[in-house]
Design a protein around this ligand. Structure first.
Ligand code: ARG
Length: 358
């Protein structure tokens, strides 16, 4: 851990223009690691680390705003109820009545706190004989919630409970109060029939299963959010054949021949689905960015990075939007896909880790 810690301290204080503090802090951190096996970040280090980890997230198109991340330090919370309340607060603060604020809530590192949810707010998926009801991506996690005693209504859009685990204790689940979950019913600016699909989506995507690594320390519970880009909902969540699979329905309602590839029915349906998402979020004053604006913002991010003597790293396959990718500048560029530190990492699903005797 020495090396990562020292490199992080130098980077952090260097970028923050506090070079005079570096040597003392490095000594302090190394002493701490030698005597206790670990060290504790100051709030300033934690805040910088979380922001820099976002800046280094190669798959994220929204990184222009990395420096405006709101960082909540919840490292001293210990009980399931305290953690639950911090998560409720995160949801409310980030939602901000629709003016979404990029936010991260960081719990104690290497303390055995895990949030089982993939996102704090997500829809359940139920496997029935007739097919899947709800979000197929949630089937596994929904089963885990049911094993813990949660019961859903069985609708296509049931909000899953928060599931919090502390160390080897049995995880606890908590329903999220409806009042703090903002959702947007989807309608189309021209096609009145669109509302009859009774589709909706939630306002804020809060990823809660990734590990934040800063200076050799792992924060395994550190949920974070930005705001949506319309394609995430309109071209993936509602469109993928293995998700809500809405393209055939929308295309038929548009009067397109879904038997012929050459009618481009999938492409036409995609555009209208995405148009409905943008229209509905905008009308309800819930933050959303379209993929053209997001791609422009990404160019600004790249420019800013160059001005600071860095070259933005990236994963091209994720950065290009799934709708009309070649209309954005990103498509015509290439990126080095190098994982700089700090960063956010996938980790084994909490419910798949070998559970010692419960
Ligand atoms: N793509 C994921 C979803 O559709 C969310 C990932 C994070 N997205 C964001 N805009 N911060 O739910």
């Amino acid at each position: 851990m020495h090396q990562e810690a020292e490199a992080f301290i130098r980077q952090c204080y260097g970028e923050l223009g506090k070079d005079s503090l570096i040597e003392n802090r490095v000594d302090e951190v190394i002493d701490s690691i030698e005597s206790t096996g670990t060290y504790r970040h100051t709030y300033e280090e934690l805040e910088y680390g979380a922001k820099a980890a976002w800046r280094n997230s190669n798959r994220c198109i929204g990184r222009l705003f990395w420096d405006s991340l709101q960082v909540f330090d919840c490292r001293d919370l210990q009980t399931g109820e305290e953690i639950r309340d911090a998560l409720f607060h995160h949801i409310e603060f980030a939602t901000n009545k629709g003016r979404v604020r990029s936010t991260i809530t960081i719990f104690s590192p290497e303390s055995g706190i895990r949030i089982w949810n993939h996102q704090l707010i997500r829809y359940a998926g139920y496997e029935e004989e007739t097919g899947i009801i709800g979000d197929p991506a949630s089937v596994e996690f929904t089963k885990e919630c049911q094993k813990l005693g949660w019961k859903g209504k069985g609708s296509r859009f049931d909000i899953l409970p928060l599931v919090i685990q502390i160390g080897n204790q049995k995880p606890k689940w908590f329903s999220i109060p409806e009042a703090i979950v903002m959702e947007v019913p989807l309608r189309h600016p021209k096609y009145n029939w669109f509302a009859d699909f009774e589709l909706k989506w939630y306002a804020v995507p809060i990823i809660s299963d990734m590990r934040l690594e800063i200076g050799g320390l792992s924060y395994r519970a550190a949920p974070f959010n930005g705001w949506y880009m319309e394609t995430e909902i309109g071209a993936r969540n509602l469109a993928d054949g293995f998700r809500y699979n809405m393209l055939p329905g929308v295309a038929e309602a548009m009067g397109l021949n879904i038997k012929r590839n050459t009618s481009l029915w999938k492409d036409r349906a995609l555009i209208e689905l995405n148009q409905a998402v943008i229209h509905s979020y905008k009308e309800d004053k819930v933050s959303i960015v379209d993929h053209h604006s997001a791609a422009k913002q990404f160019q600004l991010f790249q420019n800013n990075e160059r001005k600071c003597g860095r070259e933005a790293t990236g994963d091209w396959t994720w950065l290009i939007p799934p709708v009309s990718p070649a209309t954005t500048e990103i498509f015509h560029q290439s990126f080095e896909d190098r994982m700089d530190s700090p960063n956010y990492y996938y980790q084994k699903k909490a419910y798949e880790e070998r559970k010692p005797e419960l």
